[in-house]
Design a protein around this ligand. Structure first.
Ligand SMILES: Cc1ncc(COP(=O)(O)O)c(C=O)c1O
Length: 405
């Protein structure tokens, strides 16, 4: 999409964009990305999950149960908070979509309640999950406890060290946390192990993937479970803003689930969509097309096609790939992807904490860091309105922040 398509009256639907972020169909393709690249033994499981999800998603009873749990259990809708003091300092109007206030402290719970209900409906007994920052692991342990399922969470040894609080939370919630000691001992390696384990336990276990990645139907299904963020934010902006739609919609990107859910609510508007990656894990910016963890997308790799290690202060963004739909949105120009470095992120976390009294997760602070930089350098014009999804709270990061300071 060229710049012309952005322009026009605020909030007017852009026909091409209206078709974006819809059902990718049986192939699970987002342009040339997505698909299903898994061992033969997992193909029937992927089909089974796709069929179960299609049925559940069109079943009013399932949707009603999910909506009820999101409301009475997870605390939705989350508020849209004006960042009063920071807005004044930056010369813009900044709104924060407060996923940090959802139960368990991040957006991950939206997806996990959906998938756990699906697993329960499919008669599965155990949830398998990978986790980086531990937020998806905590959400999985939580939903498993709620529905009477077992939970096994794979986590890189390095992430176990830097996200100790979340490991304790998972233990208290009754989940088994399996340390992963291979590779960089971070999220990529946890995904490898979780998938390996799924192959050998596919009959009774459901693999609850934590982002818009993995084989079809996961990228689409997880985006649909996270769509609630964007839809709520769209309605809240319509109520708050004179023109109804913000100039910018911004979210951090690890695999890309909070960004995908957010973008889904605004893709058919004139809002500029911006995903913010960690400089050391910026697959949308520095990646090339390749296959990782069952899907084709943009992946950080060397000249021989070997996946390279990602490095980020935020465990949840320490991932060398990006969800396939983001790759499509990038190629089509409907969303753009920016990078920030660790130092900017820590400074942004402190600044938001000290201007607004909100301690954001290191992951979410990537989005804040980009908005600060863009507003201060004229990349965002003075007077613009910005809707930023604050994906999670920073309690889990206190020990890391102490070390970094
Ligand atoms: C608070 C928070 N935000 C963002 C992310 C990144 O995930 P995604 O890009 O799927 O939203 C994570 C991942 O652990 C997280 O914990």
């Amino acid at each position: 999409m060229d710049e012309m398509s952005w322009s026009g009256r605020q909030g007017v639907m852009v026909p091409a964009a209206a078709r974006a972020m819809s059902d990718p169909g049986a192939t699970g393709r987002f342009g040339t990305y997505g698909g299903r690249y898994v061992p033969e033994s997992l193909i029937p499981a992927c089909h089974e999950i796709e069929t179960a999800f299609r049925e559940a998603w069109s079943d009013p009873e399932f949707r009603g149960r999910l909506d009820t749990l999101l409301t009475v259990y997870a605390g939705r809708p989350t508020p849209l908070t004006p960042a009063w003091r920071l807005s004044r300092e930056l010369g813009i109007t900044l709104f924060l979509k407060r996923e940090d206030l959802a139960h368990t402290g991040s957006h991950k719970i939206n997806n996990v309640i959906g998938q756990a209900l699906l697993a329960h409906r499919m008669g599965k007994e155990r949830l398998l999950a990978e986790t980086g920052a531990g937020q998806h692991g905590v959400a999985t342990a939580t939903a498993a406890a709620l529905l009477g399922l077992k939970a096994t969470v794979f986590m890189g040894e390095r992430d176990i060290e830097r996200q100790e609080l979340n490991v304790l939370r998972m233990n208290v919630l009754g989940a088994e946390v399996v340390p992963v000691t291979t590779g960089s001992r971070t999220l990529k390696d946890a995904c490898n192990e979780a998938m390996r384990h799924w192959v050998s336990s596919v009959d009774d276990s459901y693999y609850c993937i934590g982002s818009v990645m993995g084989p079809h139907p996961y990228p689409w299904m997880v985006r649909e479970f996270q769509r609630v963020i964007g839809e709520e934010a769209r309605a809240q902006c319509a109520a708050e803003l004179p023109v109804g739609v913000p100039d910018y919609v911004v979210a951090c990107v690890g695999g890309g689930s909070n960004a995908a859910g957010t973008f889904a609510g605004f893709v058919d508007t004139t809002a500029r969509l911006v995903g913010v990656e960690a400089e050391g894990g910026a697959a949308a910016t520095f990646g090339r097309a390749g296959v990782l963890h069952g899907f084709r997308s943009l992946v950080l790799q060397d000249e021989d096609g070997q996946v390279t290690e990602a490095h980020s202060v935020a465990a949840g963004l320490d991932y060398p790939g990006i969800g396939p739909e983001h790759a499509q949105l990038r190629d089509g120009g409907r969303a753009r992807y920016e990078t920030v470095n660790d130092e900017e992120v820590v400074q942004a976390l402190l600044r938001l904490a000290r201007t607004e009294g909100i301690l954001a997760a290191l992951e979410s602070s990537h989005a804040v860091a980009w908005v600060i930089r863009a507003a201060e350098s004229g990349g965002i014009a003075p007077g613009s309105t910005v809707m930023l999804t604050l994906s999670g709270r920073g309690d889990k990061d206190i020990a890391s922040i102490k070390e970094l300071l």
